[in-house]
Ligand binder design. Sequence first.
Ligand code: EPU
Length: 422
Amino acid sequence: MDIFRIEGPVQLSGAVAVNGSKNATLPIMAAAILAAGKSTLKSVPRLSDIFLFARLLRQLGCKVGKGQNGDLCIDSTTIDNSVGEYEIVRRMRASICILGPLLARCGRAEVSMPGGCAIGDRPVDIHLRGLRELGAQIHLKKGYIIAETPNGLKGKEIFLGGPFGSTVLGTANVLMAATLAKGKTVIESAACEPEIADLANCLNTMGAKISGIGSPRLIIDGVKQLRPAVYQVIPDRIEAGTFMIAAAITKGRLQLNNCRLEDMMAVVNALRNIGVTVESADNGCVVARNGPIKPADITTQPYPGFPTDLQAQFMALLVLAEGNSVIIEKVFPDRFMHVAELNRMAANLRKEGPAVIVAGVKNLIAAPVMASDLRASAALVLAGLAAQGTTVVSRVYHIDRGYERIEERLNPVGAKINRESP
Ligand code: EPU
């Protein structure tokens, strides 16, 4: 298991390119199941989650390989297995989004029921409710979700909201299944995340008929079949946000290339409010901080609200604010594994239910810390850049799930992150 040894404090300066979005790519890879033939995806990041999803698709019978310019090619001509095994699903919850496409293409799907994870319980009841509304018969057997469509899928008006608002992968599952259902489906309270819009745009390139893209009301006119497509995934707004916070926490200046500010207005607004400048530039933006960090109140929400996937990283930044901040987590109320680790680095954080009170401190002090999930580990790396001394982050495999070789991206702009394999 690799570790990071991070020397701090540093001041970042220079240009960084943002990769394609992990969370857009994963459901789009699942969408390739819907159309027999060879799909080509461009700007796919080289991440362990993507490789694991490729393994899942291979288990179903797809051929997955590298094309020109690092493109990802998925040949789904043959699907001869409709089982998503526990061994993969337990390691990556996004595996659940093969359920809808498999059901639509094969009339049957068996996917291991995902368990909880470091960020919370993460149930899939809304996914199942939506697929049932389309006519699927679903039951659980030995920890597996067994879904069948004896009479085919039929379009319907479906309300997909839940106790925490919309669901991203739940919307992806129902949307993908509805593209091949008979008749018209309306999904109310659909997730509006740019990754879902990207999936819908990709499905339309494949011949689907989806309108209302980017809104909470998706309208899908079912088609008989879809064709494979060549599709370029959007830039990763969470990686971009993490790099923006890296510039801010180190009092540096970074130019981000391949970044869509329009997907990140809540984050840009939050950064500007605390004294960070974010200016749009050709194909990206420039982020810099000169003065002190002001405190803030942040509440995570489904898009277009402040993303839960940047909550931990933003908390690392507010730790150094001049005053007290409050962070409320409204998407995953237990997503606070980073709190205790940041406190080991001399932060002053107090968890109160689904909220954390951040009392600003002057300095972070390096310490050995442990990564617990993807975004929590990104927060620890950011804290390590600003902390005095050598921070050792263990269990770096968590960060490799969502950031491609982060040390090779940040070291050229002034970071001192050393990967070691003990
Ligand atoms: N929820 C339910 N029932 C469901 C589905 C969700 O109650 O059937 C609840 C969840 O427990 C949560 C809320 O609804 O409280 C929202 O969860 P959502 O379903 O939107 O999350 P997800 O689709 O499983 C995706 C991302 C996550 C990101 C969330 C929220 C991917 C592969 N994963 O998960 O990304 O945090 O949306 O934006 O797209 C990450 O990249 O680090 C990550 C965890």
